[in-house]
Write a new protein. Structure first.
Length: 421
């Protein structure tokens, strides 16, 4: 019996050893994936919550189209294009490999249709066509893309085409793509909604958005997927929950499904670390006035107490602190600002300020809007901010603005004062 027991233990140890070796092997394989990188950042504070190979130069694939769209939005904002402007399909554009709309040379597509086709179908033929529309050639457009990347702080990014199709010199990093994901929402809040379109209808054909997180992961409203053989499956995702917005980047997924599941796991774990700001009701604590003694005419010689009705509870914003906040972050200036957009016309900026104040009237009703002229490169823009808030109020205002369909970007004034965004 004793010998049998010893043999049983030996067999168990053998299988445990196999399982352990298997786990080590799978971990080793994950670490050995030369295409893999990941990065998660909180948009408001810029805190890095997760980082793996974040500065390794990799192939962006169709994530390059995020920069293509950034430049399209610049052209729309400066009035060089309108959403109804027509984009001509050249022979070169029509020859691009799939994914594409299979447009023929000489056909045209509107700028708005082009935007939607890039966001959903990730159409390579349209990417080339719109590059040729804006610049002398796609090569010239790619140089502009790279210049803009450097201006946005994407120091390790080089673009060679507008689509992300294979090119050995076209490289970026997970960190740089996170910066771009934040910048395009911050700089063009009036156009960012295009990234949340779940499908695109064109000539009777329905093209579904490749970004499955829009429907699979609550709070996701963009932004873009990418794939070529040299890159694996890439994704930049923007997700907001209870006033907390995270930007996640994954490079090098082996399948689109495994990439999506990995992104969901990363974002879920980081949302658990970064606690949301919650609205809670609290009764007024001020003492009520003493009951006033009055004689009730219906009762001879009897006194009754008339107690004033209790006022409605007031709303108090309470923040739930995160244990992951660094000491240096805790010491930052506790005065915050919110930005609701930058506009090419001053009248548009004033309208946005009025709309924001109405949408978040409980917080912004008595706060004057700061409408300032700033330069983004050579482009003058009117920026709209509300300043002098505390952090809970800034986050709560953004929640109200998000819920009413407005854009909002909250940041500490210690950062805002040094920023020309």
């Amino acid at each position: 019996m004793k010998e049998y027991f010893i043999k049983f233990l030996i067999v168990c140890c053998f299988f445990v050893g196999i399982c352990a070796a298997s786990n080590v092997l799978s971990t080793s394989e994950a670490q050995a994936n030369p295409k893999y990188a990941s990065f998660v950042m909180e948009e408001v504070s810029g805190r890095i919550l997760f980082s793996r190979n974040a500065d390794k130069q990799l192939y962006p694939a169709s994530l390059a189209k995020i920069m293509t769209l950034y430049i399209v939005f610049e052209e729309l904002q400066s009035k060089n294009l309108t959403l109804k402007s027509r984009v001509l399909i050249s022979k070169l554009a029509a020859s691009r490999s799939p994914s594409k709309l299979y447009l023929k040379p000489g056909e045209t597509i509107s700028v708005e249709e082009a935007i939607l086709s890039l966001v959903t179908k990730s159409a390579n033929d349209v990417a080339t066509a719109i590059a040729e529309k804006i610049s002398i050639s796609e090569r010239d457009f790619a140089k502009r893309m790279t210049r803009k990347a450097k201006a946005l702080g994407m120091s390790r990014t080089i673009f060679k085409n507008a689509s992300g199709l294979p090119n050995r010199s076209q490289k970026s990093t997970a960190r740089d793509m996170a910066k771009l994901g934040i910048a395009i929402r911050r700089d063009f809040p009036e156009y960012f909604h295009y990234f949340s379109n779940e499908f695109f209808l064109y000539k009777g054909q329905k093209y579904k958005n490749h970004n499955r997180l829009l429907t699979a992961f609550k709070g996701t409203d963009g932004i873009k997927t990418g794939y070529i053989g040299a890159s694996g499956f890439n994704l930049v995702a923007s997700t907001e929950r209870d006033g907390v917005r995270l930007i996640g980047v994954v490079f090098g997924g082996k399948t689109s499904k495994s990439r999506d599941l990995h992104m969901i796991k990363l974002l879920t774990s980081q949302f658990e670390r970064v606690k949301p700001f919650q609205m809670v009701t609290s009764p007024i604590t001020a003492p009520l006035p003493r009951p006033e003694k009055k004689e009730d005419p219906s009762t001879t010689g009897m006194l009754v107490s008339i107690v004033p009705p209790i006022s409605k509870p007031k709303i108090i914003i309470r923040s739930i602190p995160s244990t992951s906040i660094s000491k240096s972050y805790e010491k930052m200036n506790d005065t915050w600002s919110i930005q609701v957009g930058s506009f090419s016309r001053k009248i548009s900026a004033h309208k946005a300020a009025i709309k924001a104040r109405r949408s978040a009237s409980s917080i912004l009703a008595t706060i004057p809007a700061d409408v300032s002229l700033v330069m983004r490169g050579e482009l003058p823009l009117w920026r709209v901010r509300f300043e002098g808030l505390d952090e809970p109020s800034a986050r709560a205002a953004c929640v109200e603005l998000y819920q009413s369909g407005n854009a909002c970007f909250a940041l500490p004034e210690v950062i805002a004062k040094t920023s020309s965004l």
